[in-house]
Design a protein around this ligand. Structure first.
Ligand code: SF4
Length: 232
């Protein structure tokens, strides 16, 4: 004996098809917008300044919720697999910029990936604080570390691997954070940190990889110096 009538089953089937079609359509529209933003990141600023930041927030929510399908569709269509992460990072940077800028320098930390170190890095690793840069000058971390000291940041931390950000946030209790890394790491890192209510900014590496990567120092310094008081 059928528990559900044929008509009820038909309606459930119809609603399921309509829901799936609606979700796929929303994702495709979001991906089209993401593609345009990836080709020209100025569009993100334009939408934020001239249209509404709500559009960016909605797009970001869709990309976060449908992260894996969005990546799979992008790759299937022959697109850049970093597209979602690059655009996600740009949007988060714009949305959090003001709140980040209001946090004094001495309440911020900066987290750097260990792949930015020289292969001959003499720094020793500490399980809680990561690698401690001794500013030997063999990589750009020396400049970043000096700048952080000059501005009065809580600290510059070199992440040895996954889970480090959580540990260092627990230890240093910052009110704002800058993360450097490949687009994937930065995008998901910003998502995690902002979900804890900590305003953050990300700077993506110039070349991704597991060793001797590179970063634009001017972009890092510009982000480190973001400060609302200075703008007044
Ligand atoms: S500058 Fe710091 S991080 Fe870079 S190689 Fe020297 S000690 Fe290591």
């Amino acid at each position: 004996m059928n528990i559900f009538s044929d008509e009820l089953l038909k309606n459930i089937g119809l609603i399921s098809v309509i829901t799936i079609a609606a979700l796929v359509s929303v994702l495709l529209i979001a991906l089209l917008l993401t593609y345009l933003m990836f080709r020209n990141t100025k569009i993100i600023k334009f939408i934020n300044n001239k249209v509404s930041s709500v559009v960016l927030k909605v797009l970001l929510d869709i990309l976060d919720l449908m992260y894996m399908p969005a990546k799979k569709i992008t790759i299937t269509l022959g697109g850049n697999d970093m597209m979602t992460d690059v655009v996600g990072t740009e949007i988060r940077n714009i949305l959090f910029k003001n709140t980040f800028s209001r946090v004094p320098y001495n309440e911020r930390i900066i987290v750097i990936p260990q792949c930015l170190r020289s292969l001959e890095c003499p720094a020793k690793f500490n399980s809680v604080e990561g690698a401690k840069c001794i500013e030997c000058g063999k990589c750009k971390i020396k400049e970043i570390s000096r700048k952080a000291k000059e501005l009065g940041y809580i600290g510059t931390y070199i992440a040895p691997g996954g889970g480090f950000v959580k540990r260092i946030i627990k230890k240093t209790k910052p009110h704002a954070m800058i993360g450097i890394g490949c687009p994937y790491e930065v995008n998901l890192g910003l998502l995690e940190v902002s979900s804890k209510g900590i305003p953050c900014q990300g700077v993506t590496l110039l070349n991704s990889g597991c060793v001797t990567t590179d970063v634009d120092l001017n972009a890092v310094f510009e982000t480190m110096e973001l400060c609302k008081q200075k703008e007044k």
